[in-house]
Design a protein around this ligand. Structure first.
Ligand code: DAH
Length: 350
């Protein structure tokens, strides 16, 4: 076997077989000694140089030096890998220890937290928290709320109509993904007798999608019915609510507006909780923040739900939960709330 072949074989054995098999830095070093050490296999080949004729000696010498350099380079590369592995496993062990001490904790979504905070405040004010289905009868979502057949909200372009199950007695148009939480008013009035004080919180659906609108969002609905309930009670309740929620006295104001299920109807604003009404970037300098709609329950709604409008009066309000969450956490794009990007959600530890 010529020197050439044995050199190539040695190089292969060291670089391709033994070094990769070395699992620790010590093993890699032992391997290096076996080949490159004073009595190493490559070193032994060097000793054969002396026996060669001078003209061959130079080329052979060069070949041996190149082989040694390749071995050194392979050794350094293997050591770098092994060092990185050792470091990673040391870190891994460290991580394990902290994991035992503080297991990672999930947190509540900002909308869920806002929803629970609203339930707490209204609960403390004597309101029952009630629920309603997402798939709703068009009758409850529209007709019984005095929203006539020609109202634009009923358009296919605005509302998700749900195809009824085959063979059921419902036709297309009878079932919708509720467009607001107001149908829970209808369900409550049909099930309970006054006095009624409820809030209904939940998901609603509309064909809308941009930075400030999402096809799926969340609302809260409030309803109060008794004898001699007035718009003044409504205003006082909203005042108490915003003041309790933001933990400082905040004024509420009404602006005349129209919703088919209330008369009179209003939109209501609260004094900006961030500047106290002086004007800031959140309230865009106005000192007020728009919250939602409200008004006195329309007699037609009472009649549709079997409540005597001669004896009882009531008020209702509705506003967006997501907007409230955005306000509290200074979130500027509604879509962030629903993309479920963990990097965003992690910014709201409980
Ligand atoms: N349902 C209305 C909407 O989704 C909000 C609303 C307005 C609710 C007036 C009410 C109300 O109870 O009285 O836009």
């Amino acid at each position: 076997m010529s020197v050439d072949v044995s050199l190539a074989e040695l190089l292969h054995a060291f670089v391709e077989v033994e070094l990769p098999a070395a699992g620790t830095l010590d093993e890699a070093y032992a391997c290096k000694v076996k080949y490159l050490g004073k009595k190493g296999l490559v070193t032994e080949v060097t000793r054969t140089l002396g026996a060669l004729p001078p003209e061959e000696r130079r080329t052979r010498g060069q070949q041996i030096n190149e082989a040694k350099a390749s071995c050194e380079a392979a050794y350094e590369a293997r050591c770098a890998v092994l060092r990185a592995q050792a470091e990673a496993s040391a870190l891994g062990a460290f991580e394990d220890l902290t994991w035992i001490a503080t297991p990672p904790m999930g947190t509540l979504h900002p909308v869920t937290r806002t929803r629970r905070a609203l339930e707490r405040v209204f609960g403390a004010m004597g309101f029952d928290v009630v629920d309603g289905p997402h798939v709703e009868f068009s009758r409850f979502n529209f007709d019984d709320l005095n929203i006539g057949p020609d109202h634009p909200a009923r358009d296919m372009a605005d509302t998700f109509f749900v195809e009824p199950p085959a063979g059921s007695r419902w036709s297309l148009g009878d079932l919708v993904l509720r467009t607001h939480t107001s149908p829970v008013q209808v369900r409550t009035m049909m099930q309970r007798r006054p006095p009624i004080r409820i809030v209904a919180l939940g998901t609603v659906f509309r064909r809308d999608d941009d930075a400030t609108h999402s096809p799926m969002f969340h609302q809260i609905e409030g309803l109060c019915i008794d004898e001699r309930v007035s718009m003044a009670d409504l205003r006082a309740t909203l005042y108490r609510f915003v003041s309790a929620f933001f933990e400082r006295p905040l004024e509420v104001r009404f602006r005349p507006s129209f919703f088919p299920f209330v008369e009179p109807g209003a939109e209501f604003d609260m004094q900006c909780p961030f500047c106290g009404g002086k004007g800031c970037s959140v309230c865009k300098g106005s000192g007020w923040i728009e919250l939602g709609g409200a008004g006195m329950v329309h007699p037609a709604v009472f009649e549709a739900c079997g409540i005597d409008p001669e004896r009882y009066t009531g008020w209702a309000f509705g506003f967006g939960i997501d907007r409230m969450a955005m306000l509290m956490h200074q979130i500027h794009d509604l879509r962030l709330l629903f993309e479920n990007d963990v990097r965003f959600l992690e910014q709201f530890p409980c």
